[in-house]
Design a protein around this ligand. Sequence first.
Ligand SMILES: [Zn+2]
Length: 261
Amino acid sequence: MHCLFCKKESTGSRSQEHIIPESLGNTRHVLPVGLVCDSCNNYFSREVEKPFLESAAITVLRFHQAIPSKRGRVPSVQGVLVPRFPVMCWKEPKDSVLAHVALEEDGLKHLLSYDTGRIIIPAEGVPPSDRVVSRFLGKAGLEALASRLVRYPEGLEYLVTEPQLDAVRDHARRGTLPDWPYHVRRIYDANRTSPDERGSMVQVVHEFDILQTDSSEYYFILAIFGLEFALNLGGPEVDGYLAWLNCHEAASPLYWGRNAG
Ligand SMILES: [Zn+2]
């Protein structure tokens, strides 16, 4: 067996590669052991997923939606007790409404002298850089493509050796290009709920698919709380996706064709 990214022999590797990080609520979408070697798995976790997950925008999103890390903790964010006292805010997993706050001494004195106070918590943060996002999408996208071929060993072998995928492989591994364009837009409100298989109303944290366009380009389509990203796995341009949107009334591939209804 060879690693999907570095192509080295990976038969002895033991780590489990999550296509989408566990800290975005993914427990189901994992690759067979060895398809990504231990060394690439560690590297991606440290250098590709962490910068994305710990960016201000994603941290604030994980806080508001109360998504725990794989250690079970929701990331905390810094807020302000009006007029100027810093507070740390944190939440329990699965409680997207109630926030606990820790006040420093000055803030506590202020609050005691006024009885009530107003705490401002940031609603959004600075998004990760395009390079961080595109490396994250390239890594997850190539793995999503591999997950479709898990039952076909010759298909996986093809993915490892296919030169057309070397550019996205290298970009995920080394960030070779300063900018690998991707398409981003909101397809539904972050707080939307929809029925799950048992009819309970739930929020969709993440959903993804591979779109094959008429010109045989493969796009990785990922939505995180309704924010849809599209990245071309074959090369750094999104013209094919814009053309696809044009022909499909700007539908999301996540809700079109076999994904409709
Ligand atoms: Zn590797």
